[in-house]
Design a protein. Structure first.
Length: 375
């Protein structure tokens, strides 16, 4: 353990803890752009600089470990002047289009500019201009808004273990890009979007759907597999505009590509809203045998809806459940209980799946129960 003083407050923390983490435990706010608690320290933005007694120059709080007896100052006129200058330098190479930026209202850079009251910039000069070129269907990359915080690179490497992107070139020409500056072609998990502090990375399907105003958040569970990842649906005008996840959940805020981008089925006009009961078709009705009808339904999507209207009819839940019970009873009496099998869903709760298997074993009388919790 090490005991140190930060802005006159004493704290004891484990050796190796960064000054930034120690300060946050005391409730002391230090501005950052490149830091993320689940990623390795980087110190690239220099916004978290602090003064330490005995050290001649300011140091970055996120990369400096605590030591016994350390005395730290996090906010002095000199530090605030330096931070303001650093912020001005970052903004001098940043487009000023907050009015139409998808990240407006949730942008760390915008918030810092607000708190430091930066209306004008003293530094004028050449600005990086990149031609927009991205053939992927899900992630919008606007590299002119990139501040080279390296968060996207680190999360892709340290969390996903994919390394689809890296910082290429040097100096003023440095940029984050895939190998050979090709179009982004990765798992499209969206982790890079989640950690990006600016509007450099956004979801293409989210564009112009809504930012922060009139957004309602609804917490739910991902429907795609048995992991049970927590989702936060961002809803505007009764429509999901994007999906996020909170850090204090079992999946720690990380999601896969399905959880992040696969939500459009919710508002699909083809979703079933009522039980359907199949009507046994007559061969003469379509002029083909049953086997040929099945093949025809699979291959001719243009006629599928017309044929389905003749194959199924809407029913009430009571009618559908009564029919299912009747058919189960008939099959059981004719072929025996082991002629029936059941597939449970990993998307249901443990309690629902328990009742399901109990029904199969106690009511139907079979152990033919399986589940879909496979990747």
């Amino acid at each position: 353990m090490a005991t140190l003083t930060i802005d006159g407050k004493t704290i004891t923390v484990v050796e190796g803890t960064s000054v930034l983490d120690a300060a946050r435990k005391l409730g002391i706010s230090i501005p950052t752009l490149c830091h993320h608690p689940k990623l390795s320290p980087y110190g690239g933005c220099r916004m978290c600089i602090v003064e330490i007694k005995g050290i001649a120059r300011p140091v970055t709080a996120c990369t400096t470990p605590v030591s016994e007896g350390m005395e730290v100052s996090t906010s002095t006129p000199y530090l605030e002047k330096l931070r303001r200058t650093i912020l001005e330098l970052i903004l001098s190479d940043h487009p000023n289009d907050c009015m139409v930026c998808e990240k407006a209202g949730d942008c760390v850079l915008q918030e810092l500019a607000y708190f430091y009251g930066l209306r004008e910039n003293r530094f004028a000069g050449e600005r990086r201009i990149y031609a927009k070129r991205d053939g992927n269907p899900l992630i919008e990359r606007d590299m002119e808004k990139c501040i080279l915080c390296d968060k996207c690179v680190r999360v892709c490497d340290e969390v996903q273990r994919v390394r689809a992107i890296e910082i290429a070139y040097r100096g003023f020409k440095s940029k984050v890009c895939p190998p050979y500056e090709r179009d982004l072609d990765c798992e499209f998990c969206g982790q890079c979007i989640r950690v990006c502090p600016t509007g450099a990375l956004t979801g293409k399907k989210w564009a112009l759907k809504g930012r922060q105003k009139d957004i309602k958040e609804v917490d739910t569970i991902c429907p795609y597999c048995g992991c049970g990842c927590n989702l936060t649906l961002n809803i505007r005008k009764n429509e999901i505009v994007r999906v996020t996840s909170k850090e204090d959940t079992l999946n720690e805020g990380w999601l896969c590509s399905k959880g992040t981008f696969g939500y459009h089925f919710v508002n699909s006009p083809e979703r079933l809203k009522n039980p359907l009961i199949r009507i046994a078709p007559k061969s003469s009705e379509f002029g083909v045998r049953s086997s040929e009808l099945k093949e025809k339904l699979q291959t001719q999507n243009s006629k599928l809806k017309t044929q389905n209207s003749k194959l199924f009819r809407e029913a009430t839940w009571d009618e559908a459940l009564d029919l299912a019970a009747k058919r189960f009873r008939e099959i059981k009496e004719k072929h025996g209980h082991d002629s029936i099998g059941a597939l449970a869903s990993a998307r249901c709760t443990n309690e629902e799946n328990y009742l399901f298997q109990k029904f199969m074993r106690a009511v139907i009388g079979t152990n033919n129960v399986d589940h879909c919790a496979r990747y």
